[in-house]
Design a protein around this ligand. Structure first.
Ligand SMILES: Cc1cc2nc3c(=O)[nH]c(=O)nc-3n(C[C@H](O)[C@H](O)[C@H](O)COP(=O)(O)OP(=O)(O)OC[C@H]3O[C@@H](n4cnc5c(N)ncnc54)[C@H](O)[C@@H]3O)c2cc1C
Length: 382
């Protein structure tokens, strides 16, 4: 077996280096993470720490001011794992720069990419991706927003709901119907006719906006992908970024395990540390198994996605289901191991408990992913 054929089960030097940078940012943010995770606007301290790190360059190709020639899902997953360990707000700000700009990266014209992507890479422009509508969630083929080509440009009409960075973003990549197909357009936040109102308050606060496009007109050059063929841009975006949500889940699960470990090794009951009571130790050991298993499948799926994300979408879905469900179990066990101290509002474990929940819903709810995996199994692709 040649060196290039060697199976790799550990991160190499390049990924370890970016992990170190991400852990540094996480450490800078740790002191105000609780405050940041309550924010529904961009937290200035988090933005400054992330901007200063240069990490946003990981989600933009090198030709447009980014880090790698082609986006590397393993890099992004490793970074998200480290950032989520400290703060969901920090993880979201980093992750959305990629999710929100990827349709532009793969479907935008040269001038449009030059106008926006270098600013995304420097975190000078904030990105948003607008797919979900008030009546449309998992079944995105049912979107009702329209994109129409007119002599003066592209006309975008409709409503988008639950949009991360809504109100904070500088532009949105918007999915709509065009004729029998689906198209995408980049709509700058200051486009006349676009209004944004604050989104719902969540159990895990998040920057969310409700977007109304009242016959918004943008130049034809703001089209992303071919007319009527842009659904594939969305699939390509999910193919790169779904596995990175698994990275976030691993980071959260590790933080929950560490929190329970800290508590159960320092608090004493029945004459010794809690962790020495069989069920408590077993509880933590099971969480360790869950964390390491989730990390292994996440790194493997992200490595596979490096060469051809769409071809390995099944593995990305498996990793997302595995890691986000594991995070839910781990954080719940941690709360249990901490007894009444796990139930205190404003405590770190309570924040982790709330932050774990949305991971199983967005970028493909667990049941939606299992449904598509079941169909793939039925076709005999496993
Ligand atoms: C914190 C957060 C941030 C978000 N950010 C964005 C964003 O930036 N941009 C954006 O466009 N959207 C965003 N969303 C919306 C998100 O993408 C949707 O919530 C998600 O697609 C699920 O849609 P829904 O909530 O309408 O659930 P529904 O589609 O109504 O589904 C409800 C439940 O039904 C089940 N279900 C649905 N379909 C199937 C199926 N085929 N098979 C089996 N079970 C199924 C699942 O359990 C699912 O959780 C965000 C959501 C959250 C919570």
């Amino acid at each position: 077996m040649s060196a290039v054929d060697e199976p790799i089960f550990e991160l190499g030097p390049r990924h370890r280096e970016i992990q170190r940078v991400a852990r540094d940012v996480a450490a800078q943010v740790e002191g105000f993470a609780a405050e940041a995770d309550e924010c529904t606007e961009i937290h200035r301290g988090v933005a400054e720490a992330l901007r200063g790190s240069g990490l946003a360059a990981c989600v933009v190709p090198a030709a447009y001011g980014g880090r790698d020639d082609v986006l590397d899902p393993l890099t992004i997953a490793v970074v998200r794992e480290a950032l989520m360990y400290a703060s969901a707000h920090l993880d979201s700000l980093f992750g959305m720069q990629g999710v929100g700009s990827y349709p532009l990266t793969v479907g935008g014209g040269e001038a449009l990419k030059r106008a926006w992507l270098p600013r995304v890479a420097r975190l000078e422009a904030v990105a948003g991706l607008a797919l979900t509508e008030p009546e449309v969630g998992s079944d995105l083929r049912a979107v009702t927003t329209t994109v129409r080509a007119e002599p003066g440009g592209l006309r975008v009409s409709g409503r988008k709901s639950f949009i991360t960075n809504g109100g904070a973003a500088d532009f949105y990549c918007v999915l709509g119907r065009e004729g029998e197909g689906y198209s995408m357009a980049l709509v700058p936040a200051d486009a006349p006719g676009l209004t944004v109102t604050p989104g719902a308050g969540l159990i895990a606060p998040h920057i969310l906006g409700e977007l109304t496009f009242d016959d918004v007109l943008v130049p034809e050059a703001n089209r992303l992908g071919a007319p009527g063929k842009a659904f594939s841009l969305m699939l390509r975006t999910l193919a790169v970024f779904r596995v990175t949500v698994a990275g976030s889940a691993v980071g959260l699960a590790q933080a929950a395990l560490d929190e329970a470990l800290r508590h159960t090794t320092t608090r004493e009951q029945f004459g010794g540390p809690l962790i020495g009571l069989g069920a408590v130790g077993q509880n933590l050991a099971q969480s360790w198994v869950d964390v390491e298993t989730a990390r292994a499948i996440t790194y493997r799926a992200a490595s596979l996605a490096r060469t051809d994300p769409l071809a390995h979408l099944d593995f990305s879905s498996i990793a997302k289901v595995s890691a986000t469900e594991a995070a839910g179990r781990v954080v719940d066990r941690s709360v249990q191991a901490m007894g009444r101290f796990g139930l205190i509002r404003g405590s770190k474990i309570e924040r982790l408990y709330r932050n774990a929940r949305p991971l199983r819903v967005y970028e493909g709810a667990t049941e939606v992913l299992l449904d598509s995996l079941a169909r793939r199994l039925a076709k005999g692709v496993s």
